[in-house]
Every structure is written in structure tokens, then in C-alpha cells.
Design a protein around this ligand. Structure first.
Ligand code: IVH
Length: 672
């Protein structure tokens, strides 16, 4: 609560400073949640003290001086916020009151994901894009036509015959999460990356960033061409704009609540950030009747998702060693609830990241949890730093005792940010243990009942050290262990026995050689065809010639060849892998050229009664299909098993009009 005018002025000054950081320098100093909190307090104060209207009348921030200012034909408004279903009920009530509707009377809404990007307005004359503006302060935007022209999703010329002669289209410029990964060192988050890239003085710099665009609104003067928002969205599609496929018609609060929950579930799997849902009254006549408040429409509202960020303290920094030797620093933090999930570890990525963000033990940090990915430390709250803290000294040694190295990346011509243990295989016990975890994983040997925790347990008890140990387990000892008994032991024996038979592709992947993932393993298997031929790589006299041949293979590059060379130049590795081969029956690579899924892509969700997911995947591939790990427009079929399919995958497939194959149909297709 703001209790005095002084306090109000102080907070207002702060808000202006934060706006400047956010809009002008693209370097926000606080989280969106904190910003909203300050703004809310200021608005509350202004409501009670009507002579103060700075925040109530403010929309966004002044345009940057880098670009010329252009007045928007109609003000680019912002949206009021709702944070709960109660707030949404309040919204319904208000508009019904305004329109003099009965409480029980339905009002149709369109729910659109609220894209966390940068809004822009596009002006078309006779179907030609003639001007593009940023939002600026809502009233005046920055003239960024050339920059917007570089975005492939924005049509430069529209051929749809019903496109009005003069038309303004508004929407959101954003950057995909995957694309953001490549440039994340320069920006705090995808939204800032989009803003920063879009407002480059030199539009060629904008062109270098893969920006995207979703169209979602127009100005009221264009309403005469349409009846409803939904119809307008259809019109946008016909005109070749990208519209969000997750937009929905909402008939009542029940549907609204369901859609909110569904979307919150889908959120982490989307390739773009959304921070809520925008609800718009569907009927454009009603929108007109409802009109606007000073900086937001009465006919729309944003229902925000709970922010998946929180503050906590770093108690320690632990170094984890991956199977390929990468040293990853992990912050051990005071357990904290981040968007509904308790977090006690957060990744710090690598040494450079710690230096860049100056992260220290004892610091209070902002933690972010984006969906299913490992929580990460976003920034340090320097105001909470004690006087006696010291910069973190990244250990120069791997916990195994080896001096670590930083490699020179031939492609990027830069020294790698990641520090590595130089061991090439099984000498470093930390790497060896991780290699075992990889070996038993789903896409490799896929041993049921043998998870990462079991590897840790067996490793600590010295039951396993190298891969072949898995096939010589001391079951007598295991039966005596806590959590193990006759039944679980027998099950383990069975699943280990089953895992012995595998394809050459899986075997190559299972070894866990750096840079040899599933795709490369497949390519190598299709080249070598049999384990006997693959074993040529194990022979010091033959390896050179074999590696030379690999240069010809499409998809295998120098990086992979070097990785194979390093791995198989090590005598211990050769012994370890040879011993493993002795335990297995590795089938030859079969080149299937045609089958029922030739040239088709598939994905699976849910469990099948007659086969494991891995078997289903193998079957699909043996029929010429390509199995994908995520749903996209490229996907031809989503195969839905009867047992616990992921609803949001099914929904997403429906949204993208991907054909769905039931378990029954799947078995029929394969005649099993
Ligand atoms: S409608 C007056 N639709 O949210 C209507 N806005 O906080 C305002 N946004 O400035 C725009 N997705 O940058 C609308 N589907 C969507 C949106 C959306 C994201 C952004 C937009 C706007 C901000 C309001």
C-alpha cells in the first residue's frame, strides 16, 4: 500500500526508471511480477487520489529516439489484467452490466494465447505493406517498416481478393524458444531479444534474427468488414498471416476455466512464450458498444498465468560431470516453490555464465522454471548481497582429479564456454557412471526397472563399473538390498535379458560417444550394416581407413569423425565396448526402403498393451516412418496408446490437424 504522496512519487520515479530499462535499453532490472506489483500499488493510489493520473493514463513507454515517430491511426492499447477465475467472473459481470444483459445471458468470447513478444502495427495500401510501427507509447510508434519487412511471417503483398484497400493489421513479433537459445547470451529473455532485434537501427541486423509474427487485431475503423473477432482471425489466415492455432471460442465460464487449464499445461511445450490468455468479446458490434477505457479496451482482458519465477538463496555450488565430460555448475538453493513445483537445484550452465552474471554462494537469486526444463538462475539480486561474499572460483579440476580443459570450437572460432574433463571414456569415474546411465536409458538398452537411481545405487555398492557388469550382476547381493526382493529381482533379470537383443543403431547410440546421437547412430549403422564391420573401428590398423570412408557419408561431419577417433584410440574404451558386445546379440542394419509409413512422420503418446514404446518406434521405422519427438505441422500421425496418453499432445495434434491413430488402428495397420 502507498500511504503518502512522497512514497507515491518515489515509486512513480522507480516505475519510470524500470520502463526506461525495459523499453529503451532492453535490460529489465526486475521481474514482470515485481513490475506488475508496483504498478498495481500506484494504480490503487491513483484511484483513491483522482488528481494523480500518471500511471492510469500511461501506455507503454515513449518511442526510442533512434527512429522517427509516427502517430498511430488509433491508439495501441494495453490490456487490463485478471489473475483468477474470480477476476474473470468480475469481468463477465461488468460487461453484462454495461450492456444491460441478464446475468444468465451468454456472451461469446474468443480466447487467444497472450504472446509474450512486442506488438507492432502494419499498414497495407492496396494489399502492399507500406508502413510498420512499433507500439511506442501507445499513441506514437517508432517507424520500423524495414525491420518488420525482414520477418518472413509478415506478408509484404496480399493477394486475397477481399483484402480491404486500406487495412491495418496488428499483432505480436516474437522469437521462438529454440531460436532464442542461439542468441540468449545477449538478452535477458525471448521478449527482450525480440524487442532488441526489432529495433535495430540497421535492419540487416534484424534480418539475422529469426523473428516471427502472429496477427490478432485491427483498428475499429476496419470493423465494418467483419462480424466477429473469430471471423476476423479466419480472414487473417486467408490473407496469409500467421494466427495462433490455439485460439478458441469460449461460451461460458466453465469452458473458460478448462481452456485456461489446458493452455497452462500446453505452455511449456510451445516454442514461444505465452504469459496468459487474452479474452476478447467475439461480436465486433458489442466490442464497439463497449468501447475503451483510457488505456485499455472494456471488451478485452488478459488472464495472466502465474509467473514461474521466484527468489531464493544459493547455499552452495556443486559441479556435476556429464557423460561427455562437461562440467555443469548447479546451484543448491533453499527449496522454493516456483510455479507450483518445489525447486532446490538450479543450473548455472557453465563457468562463463557464472562470471557474466557474477553469481556467488550466499547470493539471493531469481530462479526461473520454464516448463519441463531444468530451473535456471536468471540474475542476482545485488541489493541483498552481503559485504563479505567472494566471486565464485570455478574449479580447474574435475572431481576425478584431472585438470579440466576448454576446447577451441573450429566452427564458431571461439573458445568453448564449457569446461571439460579431458578423459575420453571410462577412466574418469564420474563420466563412467553417467555413461552407464545413458546405456540403460529408454532410447538405448531400455532396461525396465533399471533407472538412473538404480545406477547410482549399484555404482555406490560397486556392483557395476563398466557396461558388461550389467549382464553379470550379483543378484544374491541385490535381493538383500533395501527395496529389492525376489519379485523385483526376477523382473530385472527378465528385462536385462530382453535388452540383450538390439539393433546396430541402438548399440552405436548406447555406447554414448560424444557427438553420436540417435540420428548419427542411425547413419553409421546404415553404413556399417553389421557389428562385425563396425568393429573395424576397434582395430588400430584399420580405424584410419574406416574413418576416411566416413567423410563421404551425408550427415557425418568432421566433428563426429574426430569424436569416433578419440573414443576408439583409447585401449580401455575398446576393451569395455568389446566386453559389452560379447554380452549382446546385435542385429544387422536392415535397409527398409518402403513400408506403410514411407516418407511419413509419427509420434507416440500413451502406453500400448501389446508392445513397449521403443518397440512401437522401431516398428514404425522398420515400415519406413520417421519418429519425431515433438508435435509440429510436419507430423503426419500421432499414435495414441490406450494407457495414459498425454492430453495436451492429443489436443495439440488436433489443433494442427495431425491425423490421430488409435491403439486399435495401430495394431490393425501393423496386423498385430
Ligand atoms: S489484443 C486492445 N491479442 O498483450 C487489444 N494482445 O498487455 C490489445 N498481446 O500490447 C491487443 N497477445 O502486445 C492482443 N492475442 C493477443 C495478444 C496481445 C499478446 C500483447 C500485446 C498487447 C499486450 C497487452
Amino acid at each position: 500500500m502507498i500511504s503518502s504522496i512522497d512514497d507515491y512519487k518515489k515509486k512513480l520515479k522507480l516505475l519510470n526508471q524500470y520502463d526506461h530499462n525495459y523499453y529503451e535499453t532492453d535490460s529489465p532490472k526486475i521481474t514482470d511480477g515485481e513490475y506488475d506489483e508496483i504498478k498495481k500499488k500506484l494504480l490503487e493510489f491513483e484511484k483513491k487520489n483522482s488528481q494523480y493520473k500518471f500511471v492510469s493514463n500511461k501506455v507503454g513507454f515513449a518511442p526510442s529516439k533512434k527512429f522517427s515517430k509516427v502517430k498511430h491511426t488509433e491508439k495501441m492499447l494495453s490490456l487490463g489484467n485478471a489473475f483468477s477465475i474470480e477476476d474473470m467472473n468480475g469481468f463477465y459481470k461488468k460487461i453484462k452490466n454495461y450492456l444491460n444483459y441478464e446475468a444468465g445471458q451468454d456472451i461469446i468470447l474468443v480466447a487467444e494465447p497472450k504472446i509474450d513478444g512486442i506488438s507492432a502495427s502494419l499498414l497495407y495500401q492496396n494489399g502492399i505493406l507500406v508502413q510498420g510501427l512499433s507500439r511506442g507509447d501507445g499513441e506514437y510508434g517508432e517507424e520500423i517498416t524495414e525491420n518488420l519487412m525482414t520477418i518472413p511471417d509478415i506478408p509484404k503483398k496480399i493477394i486475397y481478393k477481399n483484402f480491404p484497400k486500406l487495412m491495418e493489421i496488428r499483432g505480436e513479433v516474437y522469437i521462438g524458444k529454440k531460436d532464442f537459445k542461439n542468441i540468449e547470451n545477449n538478452f535477458a529473455n525471448p521478449r527482450n531479444a525480440a524487442g532488441g532485434s526489432l529495433r535495430q537501427k540497421d535492419f540487416k541486423k534484424t534480418a539475422a534474427i529469426p523473428l516471427k509474427f502472429f496477427a490478432y487485431s485491427t483498428i475499429q475503423s476496419n470493423y465494418s468488414h467483419f462480424q466477429s473477432q473469430y471471423e476476423f482471425l479466419e480472414f487473417l489466415k486467408y490473407s496469409n498471416f500467421k494466427t495462433n492455432p490455439l485460439s478458441r471460442i469460449i461460451k461460458n465460464i466453465k469452458e473458460l476455466e478448462k481452456n485456461y487449464n489446458d493452455l497452462e499445461q500446453l505452455r511449456s511445450g510451445l516454442d514461444y512464450d505465452i504469459d496468459g490468455i487474452v479474452y476478447k468479446i467475439n461480436d465486433l458490434n458489442l466490442q464497439k458498444r463497449l468501447g475503451n477505457l483510457s488505456n485499455s479496451p472494456r471488451w478485452a482482458i488478459a488472464h495472466k498465468f502465474s509467473a514461474e519465477k521466484a527468489f531464493t538463496k544459493i547455499n552452495d555450488i556443486e559441479i556435476q560431470v556429464g557423460r561427455t565430460g562437461a562440467l555443469t555448475p548447479v546451484a543448491k538453493v533453499d527449496p522454493i516453490n516456483v510455479g507450483g513445483v518445489m525447486v532446490s537445484n538450479a543450473t548455472l550452465h557453465n563457468e562463463d555464465e557464472i562470471i557474466r552474471k557474477d553469481i556467488r554462494i550466499g547470493d539471493t537469486v531469481c530462479i526461473q522454471r520454464a516448463g519441463d526444463v531444468i530451473p535456471q538462475v536468471v540474475y542476482v539480486d545485488l541489493s541483498k548481497r552481503g559485504r563479505k561474499t567472494e566471486a565464485y572460483n570455478f574449479p580447474a579440476k574435475c572431481p576425478c582429479g584431472n585438470d579440466t580443459i576448454k576446447e577451441y570450437n573450429e566452427i564458431s572460432k571461439k573458445i568453448d564456454a564449457v569446461r571439460r574433463c579431458p578423459d575420453v571414456g571410462y577412466e574418469c569415474s564420474y563420466m563412467a557412471k553417467e555413461k552407464l546411465k545413458h546405456l540403460i536409458s529408454k532410447d538405448a538398452l531400455n532396461i525396465d526397472g533399471f533407472g538412473k537411481k538404480v545406477v547410482d545405487n549399484f555404482w555406490n555398492l560397486k556392483l557395476i563399473k563398466v557396461p558388461s557388469d550389467i549382464f553379470k550382476l550379483d543378484y544374491k547381493a541385490i535381493k538383500e538390498l533395501e527395496g529389492w526382493g525376489e519379485l523385483s529381482c526376477n523382473n530385472l533379470i527378465k528385462s536385462i535379458e530382453k535388452s540383450k537383443t538390439l539393433s546396430l543403431t541402438k548399440f552405436i547410440y548406447a555406447i554414448g560417444i560424444r557427438h553420436i546421437g540417435q540420428e548419427n547412430a542411425k547413419i553409421l549403422a546404415s553404413y556399417f550394416k553389421s557389428i562385425t564391420k563396425f568393429k573395424k573401428l576397434f582395430a588400430p590398423s584399420l580405424i584410419k581407413a574406416e574413418l576416411n570412408n566416413l567423410i563421404e557419408i551425408d550427415g557425418i561431419g568432421e566433428t563426429q569423425i574426430k569424436a569416433l577417433e578419440i573414443f576408439f584410440s583409447n585401449k580401455k574404451n575398446i576393451k569395455v565396448i568389446n566386453d559389452l558386445v560379447e554380452c549382446l546379440q546385435i542385429s544387422n542394419f536392415e535397409n527398409i526402403t518402403s513400408g506403410i509409413f514411407t516418407n511419413k512422420t509419427l509420434m507416440f503418446t500413451g502406453g500400448f498393451s501389446k508392445m513397449s514404446r521403443s518397440e512401437a518406434k522401431t516398428l514404425a521405422e522398420s515400415q519406413g516412418g520417421k519418429v519425431l519427438g515433438s508435435i509440429s505441422k510436419k507430423l503426419n500421425y500421432l499414435v495414441v496408446g490406450d494407457s495414459k496418453p498425454t492430453n495436451n499432445k492429443v489436443q495439440k495434434a488436433k489443433d494442427l490437424q495431425v491425423e490421430i491413430i488409435s491403439e486399435k488402428k495401430w495394431h490393425e495397420l501393423l496386423k498385430r
